[in-house]
Design a protein around this ligand. Structure first.
Ligand SMILES: Nc1ncnc2c1ncn2[C@@H]1O[C@H](COP(=O)(O)OP(=O)(O)OP(=O)(O)O)[C@@H](O)[C@H]1O
Length: 255
């Protein structure tokens, strides 16, 4: 576990602490008494066979699905009692598999409308373009490799660039926890490499949780891997230890 200095006091508490988390759908436990801890500056990858409960865990963290029991602590905040928009405001960003960018707007406008104050005060599309908004849009665009394409309409971007734009829209809100569901699906090799670099970079100062099936990509980004199976943790640790684990090979990697 990393150590963080907070107000001069050294704290080794994880940013995300999930304990005893369970969700039942008509008696079927999709997530079953799960404990999961993620540190600041960490890229955690969650892997596992189809139906293992990976997406459901992210749905529970972001408030899309209500827990049956258990706790999700983000810093000092209990998320299980909160609404989705409150969880976003608390600093949790979630990217789904399909990009939900606005195709008819430019890269700049897509990023601009994700600036939290703009949305809160003036509504989604009509707000003042102040210097701090422009500064943050430009900073985020540079992070996601889109500085040169700021004024291009989003529908003209490549698939990979659209995925980066959506990550950028989350970064505009400066989340401390970022969750991504299969971020490199459908990307070219060079886009995958750039995405690995991007995730490493954006994990600095925050926590990143990624669901991924592509093992080469997992190897290139994961600080730690959690293997889910039937709603429970089957194994957890370094990529090497997980790959060598006979139980993991049996239920997932051997297939
Ligand atoms: N809202 C729901 N109602 C009923 N069952 C659900 C619901 N959401 C998920 N499930 C079930 O919970 C289980 C876990 O699903 P989940 O989508 O979390 O798996 P996953 O590990 O993300 O799989 P994949 O790799 O295929 O995306 C599955 O059996 C799924 O059918």
């Amino acid at each position: 576990m990393n150590e963080h200095a907070i107000g001069g006091i050294t704290s080794n508490r994880p940013v995300l602490a999930i304990e005893g988390l369970t969700v039942s759908f008509d008696g079927f436990k999709a997530v079953d008494n799960l404990n999961l801890y993620v540190d600041r500056n960490e890229v955690r990858v969650v892997i596992g066979p189809n139906g293992a409960g990976k997406t459901t865990v992210l749905d529970l963290i972001c408030g899309k699905t209500a827990a049956t029991s258990g706790s999700i602590q983000f810093k000092d905040i209990e998320l299980t009692k909160m609404k989705e928009h409150e969880i976003v405001r608390a600093g949790v960003g979630r990217k789904f598999q399909t990009p939900s960018i606005y195709e008819s707007l430019t890269v700049f406008e897509n990023l601009e409308m994700s600036f939290p104050r703009g949305r809160k005060v003036f509504g989604a599309l009509t707000f003042e373009r102040t210097a701090d908004v422009v500064e943050r849009v430009e900073r985020v665009a540079a992070e996601i490799f889109l500085s040169e394409l700021l004024h291009q309409q989003a529908d003209l971007l490549s698939h990979g660039q659209k995925q980066w734009l959506e990550i950028g829209m989350l970064l505009m809100q400066e989340p401390e926890l970022l969750m991504l569901d299969e971020p490199v699906a459908g990307m070219s090799v060079s886009e995958r490499e750039k995405t690995a670099e991007l995730l490493g970079r954006i994990s600095q100062g925050r926590s990143v949780v990624v669901i991924e099936h592509d093992m080469e990509f997992v190897k290139s980004i994961a600080h730690k891997v959690t293997v889910l199976h039937q709603g429970k943790i089957l194994a957890e640790g370094s990529m090497e230890s997980v790959q060598a684990n006979p139980k993991v090979i049996e239920v997932y990697l051997g297939h």
